[in-house]
Design a protein around this ligand. Structure first.
Ligand code: NAD
Ligand code: TYD
Length: 380
């Protein structure tokens, strides 16, 4: 796109947000990219060191719940696009503290919507050329059943390219038309935010888009999530806590492929549409854990598989969803997006990144980082 845009990316200091910010800053030198982030425990400006001095990039520390500050930012920066990723994102934390999830994910999203509405409606051209793009998760659809515990062979869909497919553990998938049925406080709060975004289109005509993506993996993911947590534990030979029997299935997508999808959809997606994003890449947790162990061992020069005995089965997560599986055929068919990496390649790249960037990991896990954020919350 040739013309200049002023875009706010919320949650840009987090895992996926930092990849989106990096992609947009590098690819669109004419755009004004503003990374808006509160820097909770999950936000880390070290994720963006390589682009922080670019002339088309600016960081603003702000809580998405701060309506007045965001409204002023919209006016000052003449914002015409919002890509909204800021959220509380970890299911286990939502089980312990659901309120924070409702406040940030539901009220924060509503606050952004209302500020954008007031600002855009005050302009002569109103909503023309504007976009509010909300990033959501496949977890809002609930859980699919495991009708084929040993997996079934592709192709699973008539239009997606079958070469990219892994096994599937049931015939059913999440489609854009699948009824919402969230189970965890996290997914319930994301569902609430999705409903508000669509309501702002249906009620006020705001040009909104919602996408629902499967589990992401890759560099810069906070080490409370399965893959980076386990890579770090294997490195330090600490136990790997596998919830339940490790049989739950997740559908994994390399984070840079998600960021590319967000770029394509932000520019070419149809207003008021929903797009599912995923790579037809289902894995049982225990199988992915074994791949990660072997990869870490090999890259550290250990005997491949020697750390298998770190696997420790622990009490299951409350309400643990059995299976997620996304059908992203619509996105592939309508906008030509496809995942670029096979899973084996993506995992190799990911493990190598964490091992090559031990300082990044050590800074987060040293205790200093947590202390800094605890102090911040206590207002010290
Ligand atoms: P993350 O936890 O790594 O990052 C979230 C970011 O939001 C952090 O930088 C944090 O500081 C910021 N933030 C939190 N509360 C805020 C507030 N009140 N105001 C401003 N900033 C705030 O999350 P992620 O994994 O990068 O996920 C990003 C988005 O993508 C979320 O909306 C999530 O629901 C969605 N999503 C994630 C996945 C996944 O696998 N990680 C999959 C599908 C969708
Ligand atoms: P997670 O990375 O938390 O993502 P999500 O809950 O959003 O899918 O967890 C991925 C899967 O791994 C999920 O089924 C829970 C499981 N899990 C473990 O078995 N042990 C762990 O320590 C963690 C963090 C997750």
């Amino acid at each position: 796109m040739a013309f200049k845009r002023n875009i706010v990316i919320t949650g840009g200091a987090g895992f996926i947000g930092s990849h989106v910010v990096r992609l947009f800053v590098n690819k669109y030198p004419d755009y004004n990219i503003i990374n808006l982030d509160k820097l909770t425990y999950a936000g880390n400006l070290a994720n963006l060191k390589d682009i922080e001095d670019r002339p088309n990039y600016k960081f603003v520390r702000m809580d998405i719940c701060n309506f007045d500050a965001f409204y002023k930012l919209m006016q000052d920066e003449k914002i015409d696009g919002i890509i909204h990723l800021a959220a509380e994102s970890h299911v286990d934390r939502s089980i312990k503290d659901p309120f924070t999830f409702a406040i940030t994910n539901v009220m924060g999203t509503l606050s952004l919507l209302q500020a954008a509405k007031l600002y855009w409606e005050s302009l002569p051209e109103k909503y023309e050329g504007k976009r509010f793009y909300h990033i959501s998760t496949d977890e809002v659809y609930g859980a699919l059943s495991m009708t084929h515990p040993e997996g079934i062979e592709p192709p699973f869909s008539t239009t997606a390219s079958s070469s990219e497919h892994h096994l599937a553990y049931g015939e059913d998938f999440f489609y854009e038309t699948t009824k919402y049925n969230p189970h965890s406080p996290y997914s319930a709060s994301k569902a609430g935010s999705d409903h508000f975004v669509r309501a702002f289109h249906d009620t006020y005509g705001m040009p909104t888009i919602v996408t629902n993506c499967s589990n992401n993996y890759g560099p810069y993911q906070f080490p409370e999530k399965l893959i980076p947590l386990f890579i770090n534990n294997i490195r330090h030979r600490k136990p790997l806590p596998v919830y339940g029997k490790g049989e739950n299935v997740r559908d994994w997508l390399f984070v840079e492929d998600h960021a590319r999808a967000i770029d394509v959809i932000f520019h070419n997606g149809k207003v008021a549409e929903t797009y599912n994003i995923g790579g037809f890449n289902e894995w049982k947790n225990i199988d992915i854990i074994k791949v990660v162990i072997k990869t870490v061992d090999r890259l550290l020069g250990r005997k491949e598989g020697e750390d298998m005995d770190l696997i420790t089965y622990v009490t299951d997560r409350l309400g643990h969803d059995a299976r997620y599986a996304i059908d992203s055929t619509k996105l592939q068919r309508e906008l030509g997006w496809e995942p670029s990496l096979q899973f084996e390649e993506g995992i190799e790249k990911t493990v190598k990144w964490y091992l090559d960037n031990q300082e990044w990991m050590d800074n987060i896990t040293s205790g200093e980082y947590e202390k800094y954020y605890e102090d911040m919350y206590k207002g010290k």
